[in-house]
Design a binder for this molecule. Sequence first.
Ligand code: ZN
Length: 323
Amino acid sequence: MRIRLTLFLFLIAVIPSPAYCWGFYGHRQINSIAVYLLPPPMLLLYKKQLPFLAEHAIDPDKRRYAVAEEGPRHYIDMDHYGVYPYPLLPRKWEQAVQKFSEDSLRAHGIVPWHVPVMLNRLTGAFRKKDLAGILKNSAELGHYIADAHVPLHTSSNHNGQFTNQKGIHGFWESRIPELLAEKEYDFFLGRAVYLRNPSEYIWQRVLESAKASDSVLRIEKELTAIFPSDQKYAFEERNGVLARQYSSAFTIAYHKRLNGMVERRMRLAIFSIASFWYTAWVNAGQPDLHELAKQQLDEQTLQRLEEMSTKWRSGEPIIGREE
Ligand SMILES: [Zn+2]
């Protein structure tokens, strides 16, 4: 299904984007577009709840300001485990714990293990026909899956801090899509598919990300070396505010040198999310969602979510590493 430009622009117009959140634009868009890959029996609920799924795509990042265990769920430093394809790292959690200890695994990130945990939670919510559980877990599962598709979420040099490329994290996952997604990206995607082995699937995506992380860093370095140094950054508008950032010219040049990598990973993230949502629903026995689609979220859930947002807005420092 092709997402029409008008719909895309509509989504951007209705979903507010605080100026201080790198990465939030992408998460909201990815969850929103994933809705349209679902089959009609799911679409009737998800389409109605699209604003919720978009807005709460960023809850796991907000939680990083309040909950210490949250940080490691967003990444995994694959380079800590040797070189691609990392045969030393067991893909099964129990075996990995046995080999490296749980503390050590958490210290280097657990995203490929956390995605199946979230899938189980979503499946359970479908079984119980629990509207709040379905929506919250769908929105948040989407976040972690999207993170797993970002190469720098699989590298200890996640913000170029070891190679004098600080800022590259937000550049790749925020600046590029913010500048190009609306105008240039093609979100013509197939339908969600049933995942026979979700754990293996997400590991494949993580391995692709890890494989690409070297190019993400190297190509930025190569481009910086030949790009006029006074034109790499510029004061340009972002969310209605004039800010110093990677210039449009540098962003477009980098995007071209990456051969559209950001677009490819964004497209795949959307497809993956829809497929995980669909898999949870199938595994729960394909419950009829007609009644749920008529319901509203209860006050208690909305209040809890609001409390988390308030805490996040209060400017508390992040617990764990910055991205
Ligand atoms: Zn994240």
